[in-house]
Write a protein that binds this ligand. Structure first.
Ligand SMILES: [Fe+2]
Length: 202
């Protein structure tokens, strides 16, 4: 398949998936906010998109070269900056401490392995306690509500979908657990965001 044909097929597949996800999100909002069953439906929908990993290869989404860094290719975002989908490519040795998102978040795997530790909601403060672990890789994913906390641990490179109920640049003021000081602090995501929406790139 030519790069152009692949781009067209990718755009159509992403648009279809994001249409379905927008409906699930709107359903949830109508009932006062998306619930766990809702984010699970989003996870399942994204797993179907991730099965087309031939449309999201390294040629189209080059991974970062330096260890410990990550690139988030923004492939969809609605006009209100409320629904956003990224292809996140992370280099070997990348990790993120326990943090919340202030919106729902779904991660599904395509290449490599991203170990997710899930802590559940930690609104009361104090040290987060691991509830369970999920290895995010091809065919698996995690779905979190706004106050769920997770941490990420990557050995070897990985490429995943990250989908949020608010665009990354709007996720300000969220907290992470700073283990050394034993307190929650404001989280600053240092992932580089690259614009990759088909209607915004030449
Ligand atoms: Fe996260």
């Amino acid at each position: 398949m030519s790069m152009q044909d692949r781009a067209a097929e990718r755009a159509a597949a992403v648009e279809k998936a994001m249409g379905d996800i927008a409906r699930i999100d709107a359903d949830g909002r109508e009932r006062g906010g998306i619930d766990r069953a809702g984010v699970e439906r989003i996870r399942e929908r994204l797993l179907r998109l991730a099965a087309r990993d031939d449309l999201f290869g390294d040629d189209d989404f080059p991974p970062p070269e330096s260890a410990g860094s990550s690139i988030s290719y923004r492939i969809a975002q609605n006009d209100d900056d409320e629904l956003a989908l990224y292809v996140q490519c992370v280099a070997d040795g990348t990790s993120a401490p326990p943090h919340e998102h202030n919106t729902w978040a779904v991660i599904v795997g395509m290449r490599g392995q991203e170990l997710n530790r899930l802590y559940g909601p930690c609104g009361g403060g104090g040290e987060p306690q691991v509830q369970h672990e999920v290895m995010v890789e091809r065919g698996t994913g995690v779905a979190m509500l706004a106050d769920d906390v997770h941490s990420i641990h990557i050995e070897g490179a990985a490429t995943n979908f990250h989908c949020y109920g608010l665009a990354l640049e709007r996720l300000t003021g969220r907290r992470f657990w700073h283990a050394r000081s034993g307190e929650w602090r404001v989280y600053v995501d240092d992932s580089v965001i690259v614009e990759a929406r088909p209607d915004r790139t030449p």
